[in-house]
Design a protein around this ligand. Structure first.
Ligand SMILES: [Cu+2]
Length: 512
């Protein structure tokens, strides 16, 4: 769901307004007017700050991060406590026609360290997957470290070419080992899983049932599927049974999001499965989801609809059991009680044309929510307190004695008669500079770095050995000048914000 024109800073400012006390904020029949909960009872209420953790863009340039899941146990390439993130679109240049063509899963630590987990080649899939590979928000990890990711592929980013896809099973090294496809898998879009011992119950929302090329007409035939699986160390997941537990959920073609249908799922402790129904802004509840043998009509009962819900996509349960959903429609997160009362709303994406939230998970410490922003292509943390700047920028001592100043370029350009260079971060938010090569004469060099993008960046200069010679602070909005005294040689410049260099923010500085 890429939205263009990113004009404002990605950060913060929020409301909590007592939407819990508003009796018309939900039309759920389950809602009764008991005492309105205080704002403090809402998990979202104190989470007023957004910090960007890392870019989610891997080396091949895939964008539109959709799925996110926390790694429970270290095995193979999987690192416990880190997060896996699946990308739905191929690279930035294909933004208009890349939906349903993303092939990568990245792994990111809470400190913002990014690594590649998997790049899936449709040509070498180990089983059927009608249409190929376009990774969705359906992303879970099974016992034994097997990763299950949904594929809803297209050939050109348009829903008319969308095919049913499959679930792709990867081992803990990120290698595809099997696919799960067939009549019950029709555009797997979201999922949630519960594992006990070697057994997993996996719930999957299908977004495309009954055909992919139906124009703009709303189609009320999406399903939720329950799949029982067995897996373990060196035991590839085996499907034991598949049961459709809900049907009649609406879906519709969307130029922006490819499809609006049932998306995020979450399983309550009482066995109720909640479904984020994006097309009609509802949260549905399927009772006895672990055991039922017949499908709930119309996706079950309506827990809540409308109000603060605007195209809910991702879903996760707060520690209290309240349901947190991320709105594709306006960039807000909404908290709903199991009784159907919307008790809190927080803005997590305030940009112009906001509305690019997708997957979300509760932070390991339980004090925040990690979420992907598929407009910015970043992993973010919604949390309490002050913004956290994830930066490893260093002013390591060096014989070249770098110094830095924050003066205006005009003031520094001629300082000491040295050479003045300039560099800019891409103002549209792409992770690149406006130049990949700079050259200067040996001696005093002043480099003016401008960042008018919506993300904070820096410019770091390092020797070929990797030793950092100097760096600007990480900042957003304006310019800063880095003044260095440089010997002849070849240096690298890059942005040290985690993930940015890997995504392309780097170049070469030649000093003669
Ligand atoms: Cu950067």
């Amino acid at each position: 769901m890429p939205r263009p024109s990113i004009l404002a800073l990605a950060v913060v400012a929020l409301t909590v307004a007592g939407c819990g006390s508003s009796s018309n904020s939900t039309s759920s029949p389950a809602t009764t007017s008991t005492a309105a909960p205080t704002a403090n009872s809402a998990f979202l209420a104190p989470l007023k700050t957004v910090s960007t953790v890392a870019s989610t863009v891997p080396a091949n340039g895939d964008v539109n991060p959709y799925g996110i899941v926390t790694v429970p146990t270290s095995v193979g390439k999987l690192q416990a406590g880190q997060m896996l993130i699946s990308n739905f679109n191929a690279k930035e240049s294909a933004k208009e026609n890349g939906q349903g063509t993303g092939t990568t899963i990245v792994q990111i630590s809470t400190a913002g360290k990014v690594s590649s987990f998997a790049t899936i080649d449709a040509k070498t899939l180990p089983g059927p997957c009608p249409g190929g590979v376009g990774l969705t928000a359906a992303l879970n990890i099974l016992p034994g470290g097997y990763v299950v990711v949904g594929s809803l592929p297209t050939t050109n980013g348009k829903s008319a070419t969308a095919k049913y896809g499959c679930l792709i099973v990867l081992d803990s090294e990120g290698k595809a080992v099997e696919t799960i496809a067939g009549k019950n898998i029709q555009g797997p879009w979201g999922s949630t899983a519960k594992s006990e011992g070697s057994k997993t119950t996996l719930f999957v929302s299908n977004a495309l049932n009954g055909g992919a090329a139906k124009g703009i007409h709303k189609i009320d035939n999406s399903t939720v599927l329950r799949i029982e699986l067995e897996s373990g160390e060196h035991q590839t997941p085996k499907v034991l049974s598949e049961t459709v537990i809900a049907n009649g959920i609406p879906w519709v073609d969307s130029a922006e999001a490819l499809v609006l249908g049932p998306t995020g799922l979450a399983l309550a402790s009482d066995g109720t499965l909640y479904v984020a129904s994006t097309e009609d802004s509802k949260i549905l509840a399927i009772s006895e989801a672990m055991t039922r043998t017949t499908p709930a009509a119309k996706g079950g009962t309506v827990l809540t609809e409308g109000g603060h819900l605007k195209e809910p996509l991702g879903m996760v349960l707060a520690p209290s059991g309240n349901i947190i959903t991320s709105n594709g429609g306006d960039g807000n997160m909404v908290e709903t009680t199991p009784a159907g009362q919307q008790v809190a709303v927080q803005s997590a994406d305030k940009k112009t044309g906001a509305g690019s939230l997708f997957g979300l998970v509760i932070a390991p410490e339980g004090h925040g929510i990690y979420f992907v922003d598929d407009g910015e292509n970043t992993l973010n943390l919604l949390h309490e307190g002050q913004p956290v700047t994830q930066t490893t920028s260093s002013t390591a001592a060096s014989s070249t004695a770098p110094s830095e100043s924050s003066t205006k370029p005009a003031a520094s350009a001629t300082t000491g008669g040295g050479e003045a260079l300039s560099l800019e971060a891409n103002p549209e938010g792409q992770l690149k500079y406006n130049k990949t090569a700079l050259s200067a004469k040996a001696g005093k060099v002043a480099i003016d770095f401008t960042d008018m993008a919506s993300l904070a960046h820096n410019m770091t200069v390092a020797l070929a050995s990797g030793a950092v010679v100097g760096a600007t602070p990480t900042f957003q909005g304006g310019s800063k000048t880095l003044t260095l005294t440089l010997q002849p040689g070849t240096y690298k410049f890059y942005c040290s914000v985690p993930g940015h260099r890997m995504a392309g923010m780097e170049g070469t500085l030649t000093v003669k």
